[in-house]
Design a protein around this ligand. Structure first.
Ligand code: NAD
Ligand code: G6P
Ligand code: MN
Length: 458
């Protein structure tokens, strides 16, 4: 059983491989292949992956790192995709260009997310075509590549029969934080209901051993004026300041810099709308003005990530090559890798386990369009997600979702047709953009910055 990881040079590869290897019996995995277009970056990550598989866990899974599509995909059963088209350099542009125009500069939200989406649509279609050509006929692509919402819509339109499931780890990360805040030891016993678009959704219930946790959670958030566990909040001086260049702070990184504001925002949103727990990414849409005000246009999340997650990883690999010593804190192993590996187990072994996935609505949310790509709970078996039908969603959330959905659909159409007007409509419709004039100014700068990545618009 072969698993191919596309974006082998990613900062998340090592963690994902560890999760796969820890589940090697259920997955019956015999070979892991890394595929990337950046050989040098991937080869470094492969050093760490080799250590995890063959030194740390001492398993006999074969490892291949390649930049050749046929070698990568041949007879693969699963393709885990996690590419960042344009890498951090372009993410930095996305965030900074937006902020220069007074708009939210964020990886997947607002103008930054739309720019990233337009870079990723066609490379993602290529992943599907390569899988169709070389992989096993019943392959599954499990896709983390962002912006997952736009990618999901583009794949639905361009490759409707592809065996792809788009996923996100943010709701899981939120559940991890909720569990820590509520002192819940066994996260597996938490059951939640959720609806939305990707990075644009709400938890409607969170239960632990059958008990409704929402009242206690509301109380906790109100008291702490933030949604983060006590353990993270001890170092008061660090709250909200730029992240430090130290290793092993993936959790605490969220108390620093731009992440702090979105966890703080959970409190701010819940003060006004206490019924549901919002996804952290809703902060960029509901507090867009405030986000721009506390952002540093010369030092954005892309810089924070390059100075911490990326630097720690590659410094750690260099140190290993020089000294033979590995500090496991240089890579993150946890929910992110566990989520995708567990999803593969559910598909392979037809377990019907419950997962949150991004999938075509088909009536699940009755007052959203049939063909909307929504993020909802589903039971996962060998034929894919069986979605659980929900009640109609309230007008506030539905209105926000329709605006975002139509924005993403226009962007995808504009990208496919090469239509400047449709892409400008998408930028104008996005809730983070204050006016048509600003939308046009950002778009025109983005076109210049994305030359070679975006389709030509006319
Ligand atoms: P990274 O830059 O460290 O790694 C991405 C890798 O993708 C790079 O090695 C790059 O060379 C490679 N790549 C770029 N274009 C490619 C292409 N066309 N084909 C193959 N490989 C290509 O980025 P990262 O921070 O580790 O994140 C990786 C991806 O995972 C990003 O898209 C990120 O947004 C996404 N992500 C998603 C979730 C989620 O919830 N869906 C969670 C975490 C990360
Ligand atoms: C969460 C989201 C991902 C996103 C990641 C970015 O995990 O679910 O979609 O890519 O955060 O984190 P960063 O620190 O790179 O902004
Ligand atoms: Mn996500």
């Amino acid at each position: 059983m072969i698993i191919t990881i596309v974006g082998g040079g990613s900062t998340f590869t090592a963690g994902i491989v560890k999760s796969i290897a820890l589940r090697r019996e259920e997955l019956e995995v015999t070979e892991i292949r890394l595929f990337d277009i950046d050989k040098e970056r991937q080869d470094k990550v492969a050093v760490l992956v080799d250590w995890i598989l063959h030194e740390d866990l001492k398993c006999d899974i074969k490892l291949v790192a390649t930049t050749d599509e046929e070698t990568a995909y041949k007879d693969a059963s699963f393709v885990f995709a996690q590419m960042r088209v344009g890498k951090y350099a372009m993410r930095e542009q996305d965030e900074k260009i937006s902020l220069r125009h007074g708009c939210v500069g964020q990886e997947t939200c607002g103008c930054g997310g739309m720019a990233y989406g337009m870079r990723t649509i066609f490379p993602m279609v290529k992943v599907i075509d390569d899988a169709e050509k070389y992989a096993k006929p019943d392959y599954w692509i499990l896709n983390y590549s962002n912006p997952a919402s736009i990618v999901a819509e583009a794949c639905r339109v361009l490759r409707p029969n592809a065996r792809i499931i788009n996923i996100c780890d943010m709701p899981i990360a939120i559940i991890d934080v909720v569990a820590a805040a509520m002192n819940i030891k066994d996260k597996k016993q938490i059951v939640y209901d959720y609806f939305g678009l990707n990075h644009f959704g709400w938890f409607t219930s969170i239960q632990y051993q059958g008990k409704d946790m929402m009242p206690a959670l509301r109380q906790y958030i109100k008291e702490h004026q933030i949604l983060l566990p006590d353990a993270y909040l001890k170092d008061k001086a660090a709250l909200g300041v730029a992240p430090q260049k130290e290793s092993g702070t993936e959790g605490n990184r969220h108390t620093r810099g731009s992440w702090y504001y979105v966890w703080k925002g959970e409190y701010e949103i819940m003060e006004n709308f206490p019924e549901m727990l919002p996804n952290t990414y809703l902060n960029y849409y509901l507090q867009q003005k405030e986000f721009v005000e506390h952002s540093d246009p010369n030092h954005t999340r892309a810089n924070e990530v390059m100075e911490t997650r990326e630097k720690n990883l590659f410094d750690g690999i260099d140190k290993y090559l020089a000294t033979g010593e590995i500090d496991e804190k240089v890579f993150y192993a946890g929910s992110h890798g566990d989520w995708i590996a567990d999803l593969a187990i559910a598909l392979k072994n037809d377990t019907k386990a419950r997962f949150l996935v991004i999938t075509e609505n088909r009536g699940c949310l009755p007052n959203m369009p049939y063909d909307a790509m929504v993020e909802v709970p589903a039971y996962i078996g060998k034929d894919g997600p069986e979605v659980i039908t929900q009640k109609p969603i309230p007008l506030f959330q539905q209105g926000l979702m329709m605006q975002q959905l139509n924005c993403e659909k226009l962007l995808v159409q504009g990208c496919i047709e090469g239509s400047y007007e449709k892409v400008l409509q998408a930028f104008t419709l996005n809730k983070t953009v204050p006016s048509m004039k600003v939308a046009k100014e950002v778009l025109d700068d983005m076109i210049v910055a994305n030359k070679g990545y975006w389709p030509e618009l006319h």
